[in-house]
Every structure is written in C-alpha cells, then in structure tokens.
Design a protein around this ligand. Structure first.
Ligand SMILES: *[C@@H]1O[C@H](CO)[C@@H](O)[C@H](O)[C@H]1NC(C)=O
Ligand SMILES: *[C@@H]1O[C@H](CO)[C@@H](O)[C@H](O)[C@H]1NC(C)=O
Ligand SMILES: *[C@@H]1O[C@H](CO)[C@@H](O)[C@H](O)[C@H]1NC(C)=O
Length: 352
C-alpha cells in the first residue's frame, strides 16, 4: 500500500468489525468535518501557509510514524469518532488530490489549522476561511452526485454526521492577539458576532441537505501551555479570563443549538461539551494517567508549535502518552481519544 493511499485510508476498515452497530436507526454513512487545527487532517499541506505540521515530530505515533498534517503525535478526535461509527479509522483531507471521491464518500475534513469562524482569523496566517470550507463542501456534494448518482449522494449527505470544531483561534489568535477586533467589539459582542456566523454556516449545510450535526464547544483555552506563558497577570497559571470567555461562549452556543433545533426542519444538532473534561484533566492529570498537563511534549513545551517543534527535537519527550499536550497548543493523541469519547457519548445514541 503506498503512502498516499494510506493517507486516504490508513488502515483497513476491518478494524471496525468489532463494533456493535445498533440495530435501531440508520447507519451514519460518513463523517464530514469543518473546523481548525483540532480537526485538520492535512488540508494546510496543500495551501501556502506556515500553519503546517506535515513533518516530524508530528505524526510520530501515527500508523507507521508518518506526519500527515495533523497537529498531534497521532490521530485526532474525529478519527476516533469515525472509527466508533464503524467508518474508517482516519478521515482524509479534502484538498489531498490523491484521495478519490470514493474514499471521501465515507468521510472528509474541510478543516484548516489556524482558521476561525471569523474570516479575519483565517487571514492572520492565510488559511482556509469557514466560508471557503462551505464552498468546498458544495463542490463535494456536486462531485458525489456525479460519482454516485443523485439518490445515493442525497443519502450520504442527508445521513452523514457533520462535526464542527472551531472558535478557539478567534480568541487566542485574533481577538486577544491583534488590536482590530478588540477595538471594534467587546468580548460579548464578538461572541455574538461569531455565533451569528456559526448559525449562518449551520443553515448553509442544512440547506444543502445536512441534518445530523455535532458542534463541539471550546475547551479551557486559558490552560493551553502557550496561554499560561502568555499570562502576564499570573505567569505559568491558566488564564482565567480566557477560560471564562470559553464558558460563556459555550453557554451561548448551547442556546443557539436549541434555537436551531426548533427552527430547522429535521435538524438534529448536538452540542458536545468538552470544557469540563479538559478542565478536569488539567486539574488532576494523574487521575487520567498523565504526568504533565502544563508543558507540551515538543521542545520546552511552553511556546513551540508548528515549525518550532521540528527545530527543537533534542528536547522532545519520550512518551507522549504521559502528556496532555503535544505542542504548546494541541492535545496529544491520548487526550484526543478522551475528547472523542465525550463526543461519541453525546452523539452515538442519537445517531445510530
Ligand atoms: C500522490 O501520489 C503520488 C504517487 O504515490 C505521489 O508521487 C504524489 O506525491 C502524491 N501527491 C500528493 C499531493 O501527495
Ligand atoms: C467572508 O469572506 C467571504 C469570501 O471568502 C465572503 O463571501 C463573506 O461575505 C465574508 N463574511 C463576512 C462576514 O465578512
Ligand atoms: C463515555 O461513556 C462510557 C460508557 O457509559 C463511560 O465509561 C465513559 O467514562 C464516558 N466517557 C466520557 C469521556 O464521558
């Protein structure tokens, strides 16, 4: 099997045979993903940006130690979710031209590392905006119709599980990092602005036929190693202001989810709360089998992400399973597996 094929379908689907697929309800035929680096499986490899991770140490625990563009040592939460639904154990990136439409028909990620809900966030590192992800999704639906026929394509689009994982960068990369949005909006106004755009995106996918969806809330972003270091008020500690912003954003997101479920015919939108899990892990890492929740595995673990992780290889940790974070921003595969379990627990019984 060539490497490129493995990027599209890294392991054989037989891995999923042990899964018990509930008899009731229709099977989810595909997982379709929109978002940022938490769910980008390699799209940024194919655009000119520095927001990349298609080099070691990223991917060192992935399949045969292959960097893919995932910002972790191994798989992402969405890869585990796909497997739990009886689908392939990894989700291919849409822009990988080596993946055929047949391979993309069981799952695809349109996500782009460093992007946000706000176009301006994507602009910071010239990555793919959420609007562009939606345009690619429209193109995908057209390609599916040509490859599979209208009826089969409509079945895939209508029964697929759509996962949204986005929003953190709008705060840490944009709002708190650059002056322009802060001059324009209070944090509460900015949250409303973002949620208005998220609503429009959900409505767009619904209009194109999507019905089953998970919007994953944002995590305690003030506890990311990079944000601890950047915490001027209390260096090394979690930035409590950022955590409060994440909690209030999630509360508003929960309201939006309830509103859209009432308004949009047939919509089954689930809000998956991952805030409390990551907060609990950071608070008591040893209860979850981790030794370190303060530094990332790569480099000093305090600020390195992307290319900086490839420069400081001598400091790389030995066993990423002991770390909550792989770099100063992104979880390890082991942490992603725990986050995936939360999403699986809140979606599997609804959609299977
Ligand atoms: C696609 O696969 C071919 C053949 O394996 C390989 O030479 C090429 O680099 C791959 N293209 C991309 C974009 O990965
Ligand atoms: C974001 O950019 C797209 C073009 O890529 C544009 O169509 C859209 O209106 C923009 N959204 C906002 C809210 O400015
Ligand atoms: C998911 O559900 C299983 C079975 O009910 C439970 O054992 C596990 O702790 C849950 N995991 C999370 C992260 O909620």
């Amino acid at each position: 099997m060539s490497k490129s094929v493995k990027r599209c379908l890294p392991w054989l689907i037989s891995l999923s045979l042990h899964l018990v697929v509930a008899a009731a309800g229709k099977k989810v035929p595909a997982i379709i993903v929109f978002g940022d680096s938490s769910v980008d499986t390699g799209n940024n490899n194919f655009i000119p940006t520095i927001a990349r991770s298609n080099f070691l140490p990223y991917g060192r625990d992935y399949d045969d130690g292959l960097p893919t563009g995932r910002f972790s040592n191994g798989r992402l939460a969405t890869d585990f979710i796909s497997e739990a639904f009886g689908l392939p154990p990894s989700i291919p990136a849409y822009l990988d031209t080596n993946c055929t439409i047949d391979q993309l028909a069981t799952g695809v990620s349109f996500a782009s590392a460093a992007t946000g809900i706000d176009n301006a966030t994507a602009g910071v590192l010239s990555v793919i905006t959420l609007s562009e992800q939606l345009a690619y999704f429209k193109e995908y639906t057209d390609r599916l119709k040509i490859a599979k026929g209208d009826a089969a394509a409509a079945e895939i689009i209508g029964e697929a599980l759509y996962i949204w994982s986005i929003g953190t960068n709008d705060f840490i990369e944009n709002y708190y990092n650059l002056p322009s949005r802060r001059m324009e909006y209070t944090v509460s106004e900015y949250q409303s602005y973002l949620l208005g755009l998220a609503e429009a995106a959900i409505r767009r996918v619904h209009a194109l036929g999507g019905r089953k969806m998970d919007f994953t809330g944002i995590t305690p972003m003030g506890c990311l190693p990079a944000e601890r270091i950047g915490n001027r008020g209390d260096p090394g500690e979690c930035n409590q202001e950022y955590n409060a912003v994440a909690r209030s954003f999630n509360a508003k997101l929960r309201d939006l989810v309830a509103k859209l479920n009432k308004e949009l015919p047939g919509l089954q939108l689930v809000f998956a709360d991952t805030y409390d899990l990551l907060a609990a892990v950071v608070d008591k890492p040893s209860e979850y089998g981790f030794d370190n929740a303060v530094q990332g595995c790569c480099g000093t673990g305090l600020f390195e992400a992307g290319y900086f992780c490839s420069l400081s290889t001598s400091l790389l940790c030995r066993n990423a399973n002991k770390y909550v974070f792989f770099d100063a921003i992104h979880p390890t595969e082991k942490m992603y597996k725990l986050l995936a379990d939360t999403v699986i627990n809140s979606t599997l019984h609804v959609f299977m």
